[in-house]
Design a protein. Structure first.
Length: 101
């Protein structure tokens, strides 16, 4: 069973970078989920898909996987380009586009 080591992205409801600094080790599913015909519940026989381990650094997560003989794949995070914009820039005289409502 292969593990995936990554840094989770921020959720859509977050404006800050909370809970995005830790590295996570998750196991990839071995088999597809099935739908129980009577109630319609989704089930899986794969118990390792429920395991999520958090680490401070990528190196700690890789060392854990190697120490326990877990094959792994590391996904590097995409760095976000932040554009610094001031509120007062909306009212400049030399704006690129005119101020309209």
């Amino acid at each position: 069973m292969t593990a995936r080591i990554f840094r989770p992205a921020k959720s859509a409801t977050q404006s800050g970078l909370g809970k995005t600094k830790l590295w996570r080790l998750e196991f990839l599913p071995e088999s597809a989920r099935s739908i129980e015909p009577l109630m319609g519940w989704t089930s899986s026989a794969d118990m390792k898909s429920q395991i999520r381990l958090d680490f401070e650094t990528r190196e700690e997560a890789v060392a854990y996987a190697e120490r326990n003989g877990i094959p792994y794949r590391v996904e590097e995070p995409k760095e976000v380009k932040r554009r610094m914009v001031s509120y007062s820039d909306n009212f400049r005289n030399n704006r690129v586009s005119p101020w309209t409502h």
